[in-house]
Design a protein around this ligand. Structure first.
Ligand SMILES: [Zn+2]
Ligand SMILES: [Zn+2]
Length: 276
């Protein structure tokens, strides 16, 4: 069976309101595309920083701009008005692990997607707070810091799925990239990943971004598979048309690497289901 465990019910635009998008009619649109594309199980994972409660974790100016909605209203909507698995995309913020834990543990999620979107105060994939303005001369240093942080995110045990694991390549050739074999960076995340056996997200979102590649690169995924991690498959759709988008490319990579099962989640219990 196929899954899509990282869906957003609205675009990242700050004007995209919860009222407008957390509705049975909107969910129907996602379900219709999933059915067309043969995806049996859907989970939504709204960004934690769209909820006012996230400001108890971190007061970054980007979060202050976006954090308006009530997280418990979101939980109630998904549980009471949809058949979606209930997830959340929670940022890993270094030094805020206890606060993230408090926020997450108070709710009954099916799964928690953990993301590294920031290096220090600077955003990887968001213009305006860009990390690249400050460190563009030293891509190697930035990549090292990113993958070390990713390893910490896996190790901290707060998350079930490690999202878009090589997001640092987001801007592709429009930003400076390190040269040569990238496994020297991936290696920095692997101790944390191996210890946690967290599910590794294979996401087709990178194909829609300047990177133009799946997240993660095959070499990264191979290292995670060697460490014994299962795979979670996602599109990171922010609109119905992107549900399960480009899954052919993802399935081709999984097949090539000998992955025959996908992780599925219920009340934070993980099991594996054959892709079929
Ligand atoms: Zn993300
Ligand atoms: Zn996302």
């Amino acid at each position: 069976m196929l899954t899509d465990y990282h869906l957003h019910l609205r675009p990242d635009d700050v004007r995209a309101s919860a009222d407008e998008h957390f509705s049975a009619a909107n969910v129907e649109r996602y379900l219709a595309v999933a059915e067309e594309r043969g995806i049996a199980e859907l989970g939504c994972a709204e960004h934690i920083y769209r909820f006012a409660q996230a400001l108890e974790v971190w007061g970054h100016p980007l979060w202050r701009e976006f954090a308006h909605d009530d997280i418990d209203a979101y939980v109630a909507f998904v549980r009471e008005q949809t058949d979606l698995r209930l997830g959340i995309e929670a940022d890993f913020i270094v030094g805020r692990e206890d606060r993230i834990a408090t926020l997450l543990q108070a709710r009954d999620w099916d799964f928690v997607v953990g993301s590294v979107h920031f290096v220090g105060e600077h955003a990887i994939d968001h213009e305006g707070f860009e990390v690249w303005d400050h460190r563009s001369r030293r891509p190697d240093e930035l990549w090292k810091r990113y993958f070390s942080t990713l390893g910490e995110a896996a190790r901290c045990g707060l998350f079930d799925i490690l999202a878009h694991p090589d997001l640092i390549k987001y801007w592709g050739s429009t930003r400076r990239q390190p040269e040569g074999d990238l496994r020297r960076f991936y290696e920095l995340a692997m101790d944390g990943i191996a210890e946690s056996r967290i599910a590794i997200e294979v996401s087709t979102a990178g194909l829609r971004k300047p990177a133009g590649e799946l997240y993660p690169a095959a070499a990264f995924l191979e290292m995670c598979l060697d460490a014994g991690c299962p795979v979670a498959l996602s599109s990171d759709a922010h609109a119905p048309g992107d549900v399960g988008r480009d899954y052919d490319a993802a399935l081709e990579m999984l097949d090539r690497l000998g992955v025959g099962e996908l992780a599925v989640f219920e009340h934070r219990e993980r099991r594996l289901e054959p892709i079929g």
